[in-house]
Structure formats: structure tokens, C-alpha cells
Write a protein that binds this ligand. Structure first.
Ligand code: SF4
Ligand code: SF4
Length: 501
């Protein structure tokens, strides 16, 4: 069948080229070829991963939008027509990696933070301590403080298990299989150094990462991959994955060719077989069923660690969240529709779910209305891009946030969306041993650690401007937010007043 698909990109090789061949070696999609004394580009294969551009010693390469165009049509956009042609050619569901890239409103960018002036003056974070320590887990209904035999007051209430975060940022769930072991090693080490946690995702925890257990949140998902007693015991917390923001309502599929010996051993499945995560947990069809699994995991780990639930942001997210809280979840991860994925059907990724901002505000409100907000911590995830997003998420009601795509970008990801091909040129979402070598663990740890450090410093700066010295004072404090350019209904859901009021 003749390929009717026009190329997305044009790879331009400039006259500065010295024919060193580096770009040919770096391209993992077979775009570039050295032939007859020149570099030839197969433009149609280019995904704009930018690897050749970064590594060309002469900066001779530019990847451009393909200049060939057809008649403008605002309704039948080039993306619509392209998707249609791909389906006419393959008859298959279209897949994409990374997260929802559609031009829906980014509410973060319509929220502005307050600052203190004159009274309640700002605080200089360089001179005064700023408290960012955050505890994730169920808080008691009340605290009992009693005098000991010396008359000193002491806390008599036994606190439920908590995660202690030195900065309110966690590395979110990316499974071994979706990413490779080097990515996990980088995130685990960076989490340990920063006094926070990494979530190993639903593909189990590799043997080499057990020493990082106390900085690890392990997942129990519908496929139950890699779940066993030692796995649960090793972790600092357990997260039951019900849904994922990038693909709510559907399961996952790790193709057999990505199931290497290492991944197979960790997931406890035969090498080379497809790893299918069913859409539902086959033992959960009600909140009562969820409560049973939470109870079983707490029993299995002797009530020694928080057990949370991750849900995708969907229409009735607030009701689902309170149900999960009442089912005994110690924390809730709310995953918005901008969350990343290794592979998702394009139609789901682009059209299902809710913005994290809306879901977060709705969940925080509902938990407060029902008087159970203290019983459960909220982790906001799905498209957190900057320290500003972190601060706004906390002001909307989160205790902490988790980041995935931001961490991958720090490691080189250029959001080319080709993760599902397994050919990630940056060595992240690939199991190809040669491509994996591109990811240097020590350098990766440094990059991710730098990112966390920079965001943490910025959070302190903003807290100083807000005149607060403890991040706790900001949690759910929507009075410190104003909206700009949002409609009245969205403002109501967010519980944020318009700028000027
Ligand atoms: S890496 Fe740059 S200089 Fe080397 S062959 Fe490719 S375009 Fe030419
Ligand atoms: S992880 Fe790799 S393949 Fe996926 S979007 Fe980023 S650069 Fe592209």
C-alpha cells in the first residue's frame, strides 16, 4: 500500500557538516545515513527526538516542521488528517507516549499567587528557616497530651505510620518495563539524597533496588506484577494503582519484546511474554472490595506503613476519593489527564480524564466537607512542570506532588512521544542494551537532584514572599490564589476568587 502520510519533520543538514557520522550513530530511528560523501535524511522516520541536534559537533543539524503544506482547514487539522491516514493504512488503534498534548486550558497558568506587603511582611528565606517537611499518611482525629512522671508533657496518641518528605516532591510511578533499570536507579538514589521517595510503578522492584526500600513506594496494580511478601516488606509505603491519568479506565500492555530476563524476573512472568495489566483489578468491584485489599496489605505488613490508592482524575473523582479514604487509604494519589505514559491509545490519552487542578480542588473540598481530610493525605500528580505548579497544587489542597515527565525531561527526554516504539534515543523508555548505555547513572542522579534542589529553593522563595515559613500553612489555602482569565464556573470549582477581588 502506498504511504500517503506526509513527513512531520524535515531534517536539515547545513554546510557546516564535516561528515563525522556522529548523527548517524546517535539516531535510533534510522533517519540518517552516510552515503556517497553526504548525510542523507529519511525525513518520514524522524520523531524530532533532537538527539542528532544535541550531539552534532558542528551544530549543523536543524529539525524543522516540514514546510510542505496542504490547504488550511481549521476543522480538519493536519493532526486529524494524519491520524486518519495512519488508521486507513494500519487498521489499528493509534498509540502515543508521553502525555496529553492537546490545547486544553492549562489552569496552572491562569492562577496567580499572592505576596505579603507591609503587614504580615515577607520573610527572607536566606535568613530564616523555612519548613518544608511534609508527612504523608493518616493523621489522628485528636491528639492526647499527658504529663509523664517528671511532669513533662508527652504525646500519648500513637501516630499512624507516615512518610516523611524533606521536600514535598516525590518521583511518581514509572514501571520497570516502561522505563529501564538505570532510570529506576537514578530516581531511587536521587530520592534517597533528597530525603524523599520514588515510586517503582507496577512492574515490581528490581533486586538491586531493595537497599532503597526505605525511600521506595511500591505499587500493587491489577496485574500484581512482582508483588510478594518481601516486596511489600521492603517498601516505605504501598500504593494500590486503580487508574492512571494518561489512560483512565484502561489497563496496560508491555509488549513481549520489552520483557527482558531482568524485567521478567522482577515481574515474575516468563521472558518474552506480553505483560498485560487488566483494566480492573479482578478482585475489586466496589469500595468494600477496595477496603478488603487495603486491609489485606496492612495486615500483611503489620500496619507498619501507609497504604494509599492512586486514581485517575475522572468526572466523579471526589466521590471516588472519599470512598477510597473511607475504605482505609492513608493517602490518595490523584493523577490528572496531563500525566505521562509509555504507551496509551491516542483516543484515550487525548480525550479522557480531567485536569489535575479541577480534580484536586474537588477532592480536597469533598474530604473537608465530610470532615475526613485529616484521615488521608493527597499527592497531586500528572503534568507538574515547575516549582510554581507545585506551590499552586499545594495551595489547591495537595500535601505533596509527584513528578514523572519532569524527571524524564531532566534526563534528556524531548517529549518526542515515541516511547511506545521502545527506541528512545535518550536511553529512558527503552530496553535496548545499546540505547540504555546512553544514560549515565551518576550524571542522571546529579541532574535530577539539581532539579529537586532548584525547585525546593524556589518553593522557599515563594513561601518567603507569601510571608509563611511552613509549607503546611499553604496547604489548601486558596485564599493565597487568584484566577485570571477563568470562567465563573471553573473559579467556583477551584474555590479561587478572580484577580482584583
Ligand atoms: S553529526 Fe553533524 S557534523 Fe557529524 S555528520 Fe552529522 S551533521 Fe555532519
Ligand atoms: S522518553 Fe524518550 S521516547 Fe519517550 S518522549 Fe521522551 S525522548 Fe521521546
Amino acid at each position: 500500500m502506498k504511504n500517503f502520510l506526509p513527513s512531520d519533520f524535515l531534517v536539515h543538514i547545513g554546510p557546516e557538516c564535516i561528515l563525522c557520522g556522529r548523527c548517524v550513530r546517535e539516531c535510533s530511528f534510522g533517519v540518517l545515513e552516510q552515503k556517497e560523501g553526504r548525510i542523507i535524511a529519511h525525513h518520514a522516520r524522524c520523531v524530532a527526538c533532537q538527539r542528532c541536534v544535541v550531539f552534532c559537533p558542528r551544530s549543523a543539524i536543524a529539525i524543522l516542521p516540514h514546510p510542505s503544506t496542504s490547504r488550511h482547514n481549521a476543522y480538519w487539522t493536519p493532526e486529524q488528517r494524519r491520524a486518519l491516514l495512519r488508521q486507513a493504512q494500519t487498521g489499528a488503534i493509534l498509540l502515543a507516549g508521553a502525555g496529553n498534548d492537546q490545547p486544553y486550558l492549562s489552569i496552572w497558568d491562569h492562577l496567580l499567587l499572592d505576596a505579603s506587603q507591609v503587614t504580615n511582611p515577607p520573610i527572607d528565606p536566606l535568613r530564616e528557616p523555612m519548613e518544608l517537611v511534609t508527612f504523608i499518611g493518616r493523621k489522628p482525629d485528636h491528639l492526647e497530651i499527658v504529663p509523664d512522671e517528671n511532669g513533662e508533657l508527652r504525646l500519648a496518641t500513637e501516630l499512624p505510620p507516615q512518610l516523611k518528605l524533606d521536600t514535598p516532591i516525590i518521583f511518581g510511578a514509572m514501571s520497570l518495563g516502561a522505563v529501564n533499570l538505570r532510570v529506576h536507579k537514578i530516581l531511587a538514589e536521587a530520592a534517597r539524597r533528597a530525603g524523599t521517595y520514588f515510586n517503582c510503578g507496577e512492574g515490581g522492584l528490581h533486586e538491586e533496588l531493595y537497599p532503597y526500600g526505605q525511600n521506595t513506594i511500591v505499587q500493587v496494580a491489577s496485574g500484581r506484577f512482582g508483588v510478594h511478601q518481601r516486596y511489600l516488606d521492603a517498601a516505605a509505603a504501598i500504593e494500590i494503582k486503580i487508574g492512571q491519568g494518561a489512560k483512565p479506565g484502561i489497563g496496560g500492555h508491555l509488549a513481549g519484546e520489552k520483557v527482558t530476563e531482568e524485567i521478567a524476573r522482577t515481574r515474575m512472568i516468563p521472558p518474552g511474554t506480553d505483560a498485560i495489566s487488566p483494566a480492573p483489578h479482578h478482585d475489586i468491584y466496589s469500595i468494600e472490595d477496595l477496603a478488603q485489599l487495603i486491609y489485606a496489605l496492612k495486615e500483611a505488613t503489620n500496619y507498619s506503613k501507609p497504604v494509599g490508592v492512586k486514581i485517575a482524575a475522572v468526572h466523579h473523582v471526589a466521590a471516588i476519593a472519599t470512598g477510597a479514604a473511607r475504605a482505609g487509604a492513608d493517602f490518595l494519589t490523584i493523577d490528572g489527564f496531563r500525566g505521562g505514559t509509555g504507551a496509551a491509545p491516542l483516543v484515550i490519552r487525548n480525550h479522557v480524564g480531567l485536569p489535575l487542578e479541577i480534580a484536586l480542588a474537588a477532592v480536597d473540598d469533598r474530604l473537608r466537607e465530610e470532615g475526613i481530610r485529616h484521615q488521608v493525605s493527597i499527592i497531586a500528580s500528572g503534568g507538574i512542570r515547575s516549582s510554581a505548579d507545585v506551590i499552586k497544587a499545594i495551595a489547591l489542597g495537595a500535601d505533596a506532588v509527584s513528578i514523572c515527565t519532569a524527571a524524564l525531561i531532566a534526563l534528556g527526554c524531548t517529549l518526542c512521544q515515541a516511547c511506545y516504539t521502545g527506541r528512545c534515543a535518550w536511553g529512558l523508555t527503552t530496553q535496548d542494551p545499546e540505547l540504555i548505555k546512553r544514560l549515565d547513572i551518576d550524571e542522571g542522579v546529579e541532574r535530577v537532584q539539581n532539579l529537586l534542589r532548584a525547585w525546593t529553593l524556589e518553593i522557599k522563595e515563594v513561601m518567603g514572599a507569601l510571608g509563611i515559613n511552613a509549607i503546611e500553612s499553604l496547604r489548601g489555602n486558596r485564599e493565597r490564589l487568584r484566577s485570571i482569565g477563568l470562567d465563573v464556573h471553573t473559579q467556583e470549582v477551584l474555590g479561587v476568587r478572580p484577580a482584583g477581588m
